[in-house]
Each structure stands twice: as structure tokens, then as C-alpha cells.
Design a protein around this ligand. Structure first.
Ligand SMILES: [Zn+2]
Length: 105
């Protein structure tokens, strides 16, 4: 991933009535071969884990993807995948990029 460290990217987001934690993690903290994982919204302290070692555009796509699962759990995997990738592509064309770590530039 880009120069900002994984833990610095972590954030919390209120979705419905619950605060979700979104963490960017290494391969030890996510299923093998998975780019991202989201809890069910019924979890007491719901979390999303995003594999941090992917390129910038895919990182945006994966984050939108997992947030969509959290926001709209009724959507199919296919609908989430298509919507997230199109949104990521549109935002990328608009010029959206990840913030870089100031200490390393
Ligand atoms: Zn998915």
C-alpha cells in the first residue's frame, strides 16, 4: 500500500445505529486470499478488515465493497462487487487519491 502506514488509515464510521471499526491489516489478520472481510451488522462491535498490501485503487475498491456489505447487507455479492468497482472507478477518474503520510514525503 502507499506510504501511510496501515494502522493510520483505520477509522470508525457510524452505520445505522452502530459504530463500525475499519482496520487495514496484514496477511496474519485476514483469511488467506481475502482482500476484505465484514462482520454481519448484528455483531455487537462490528468490524471490517481490509488487507492493506494492495495498490491504491484496489484499496479504495475493497473499502467501498466492505462498507457496502455493512450498509446494505441484503445486496448480493455480485451487486456489491459491481457497484463498488464502478464507484471506485468513478472516484478515481474524479481524482480521488489516498492521503500520503507527511512524515515520509
Ligand atoms: Zn463481498
Amino acid at each position: 500500500m502507499s506510504s501511510k502506514s496501515m494502522s493510520e488509515r483505520s477509522f470508525r464510521l457510524k452505520i445505522g445505529e452502530k459504530w463500525w471499526r475499519v482496520d487495514f491489516v496484514g496477511s496474519d489478520d485476514i483469511s488467506r486470499g481475502s482482500w476484505g472481510e465484514a462482520d454481519w451488522p448484528t455483531a455487537r462491535n462490528p468490524k471490517i478488515a481490509i488487507y492493506g498490501n494492495q495498490d491504491e485503487k484496489n484499496l479504495i475498491d475493497t473499502t467501498i465493497h466492505e462498507l457496502l456489505h455493512a450498509i446494505r447487507p441484503e445486496l448480493s455479492e455480485e451487486a456489491v462487487t459491481e457497484t463498488a468497482t464502478l464507484l471506485a472507478n468513478g472516484l478515481w477518474k474524479m481524482g480521488c487519491r489516498l492521503e500520503q503520510d507527511k512524515s515520509s514525503s
